[in-house]
Design a protein around this ligand. Structure first.
Ligand SMILES: Nc1ncnc2c1ncn2[C@@H]1O[C@H](COP(=O)(O)OP(=O)(O)OP(=O)(O)O)[C@@H](O)[C@H]1O
Ligand SMILES: [Mg+2]
Length: 175
């Protein structure tokens, strides 16, 4: 799948020390291929600050509403809402606080989808493949969130730099 995270690729895609990027083009959205391709038309629908647990439910509701509006089916809606939950939780649990940006996207072939980016300015993720492994966690959680989110969506990319923060971007396409 285009833009799909690949652990081996991530290991070789480090732009500089401390940077782990899931896209071959390296750090920086403008240069990243696949999931963040500039040729893919994107319209930002809404932006949400996520600072703590009380921000989670409104964020989930916004993603659900956007998924319905984008034309995703019930299962696809539920998958992206669940994935968003995990990424939003990670942003405030591990990253201190974050921002969720909800966009509708259209592929070069005219396929519609929903894209979410969750960004924080926290410590970053030093070892992305380890963080994606089921059961790996540095906090108190069981460590299913990030890897689980990846399996739920059509596309998944992580852009992270130690000491600077993390952006996780996911896309679910209308089938
Ligand atoms: N936004 C982030 N910033 C920094 N580190 C992160 C971020 N997201 C994930 N991580 C790191 O990746 C690990 C795995 O994340 P994952 O969501 O899978 O597990 P968890 O959050 O520890 O537990 P849970 O199963 O409750 O989600 C985290 O423990 C943390 O070390
Ligand atoms: Mg988590």
């Amino acid at each position: 799948m285009e833009g799909m995270f690949d652990a081996a690729q991530a290991r070789t895609a480090s732009g500089r020390q401390g940077t782990r990027c899931a896209t071959a083009a390296g750090a920086g959205h403008a240069r990243a291929g696949g999931i963040l391709d500039a040729h893919r038309r994107a319209v930002v629908e809404s932006t949400h600050l996520v600072r703590d647990e009380p921000d989670l439910l409104p964020a989930r509701h916004a993603v659900r509403a956007a998924a319905v509006a984008a034309g995703l089916g019930l299962i696809a809606q539920t998958k992206i809402v669940t994935a968003a939950s995990e990424l939003v939780r990670n942003a405030y649990v591990h990253g201190g606080a974050g921002t969720l940006v909800i966009s509708t996207v259209t592929s070069p072939r005219g396929r519609r989808g929903l894209r979410l980016s969750v960004t924080d300015s926290g410590p970053g993720i030093p070892d992305v493949p380890a963080a994606l492994a089921d059961g790996f966690g540095t906090g108190t959680g069981p460590g299913h969130g990030l890897g689980g989110a990846r399996t739920l969506v059509d596309e998944f990319a992580i852009n992270t730099e130690v000491g600077r923060g993390t952006t996780v971007t996911i896309v679910q396409w209308v089938t």
